[in-house]
Design a protein around this ligand. Sequence first.
Ligand code: SF4
Ligand code: SF4
Length: 358
Amino acid sequence: MALADMRSPIESGCPDGFQYMHPVMRRNFGLWKYHEHPRPGVLLHVAHSGDKIWTVKAGTQRILDVYTLRKLTEIGDKYADGYIHFTLRSNIEYMTDEESKVEPLIKALEDAGFIVGGTANSVAMIAHTQGWLHCDIPGTDASGVVKSMMDELIDDFKNCNMPNRVHITTSCCQINCGGQGDIAINVQHTKPPKINHDLVGNICERPTVVARCPVAAIRPAMVNGKPSLEVDEKKCICCGACFPPCPPMQINHPEHSKLAIWVGGNHSNARSKPTFQRLVAAGVPNNPPRWPEATAIVKQILKAYKEGAKDWERINDWIERIGWPRFFEVTGLPFTKYHIDNWRGARNSLNASTHIRF
Ligand code: SF4
Ligand code: SF4
């Protein structure tokens, strides 16, 4: 084949972000002098050249249909020079270099039903994993938890009334993405998987499934003359890691798959060392469509944090200062035997971290 006939390669991956940037941002890339926070939901960046750019942040319902997207982009065309971007937490941010457009932009967003906020010491939009939208192993609909919780926390998103920024995350299985924030709401399975022995032989790569189990609780077995698997239920920690490679090992259950709430996770080492989150509420009902029990616990924790933390203390710093016994006292959460990590493999797995050695 002649070189001229060959099709050009299809590039995949992230496109060059500069083409989507507001011209003021492109011009001043790496040359910013300072930024200010004129009001909740608005940031002002000032460059060494004297150029200024305003960013307005608005919350969305996270899963966006095409009509909502059109509405959002029309507002962007009218008030923000046509430049928008979405943040990691599915907030939309509008950029403009004209201060006179900021208030009309906020009004247009609020009139259309969106909420402006989520900057500085507010409760940021809850980050969630894919859930039923496009993952094959969720035990709950993470986006539903986010929507119903943010409906209750709307004032804390719109106003900067927390001691410091609060990042909340949700995750819809126990083993993969999500779940490391100031407050994390994670799925918690409480029963070992139930095996459909008729299907295992045809669907599952048995050695792969055996290798997936972190506590070596799965063994190959012959059941009713068919190759299958068996689980040592005394060893099983109900993590659900066997379910993705072997769907006949069903672990999701409407009653026994619960939610657990963890607090104090922090990736950053800006002011203090990174910290792992810790379990503070277990066996919380996974109760759609509004998840009232999980929301009530999150609100309880936020109330205690707001009342007790010093200015600019993150949740993990606040707990570190007052101590865990006091945390349970001020939040009113019961401390139970489920809070004690007695897994004998913990020493080996935690010693793999660069930050924690014991
Ligand atoms: S947390 Fe688990 S179930 Fe949810 S999207 Fe990630 S891998 Fe899928
Ligand atoms: S749920 Fe987890 S611990 Fe239990 S058998 Fe499956 S992989 Fe092993």
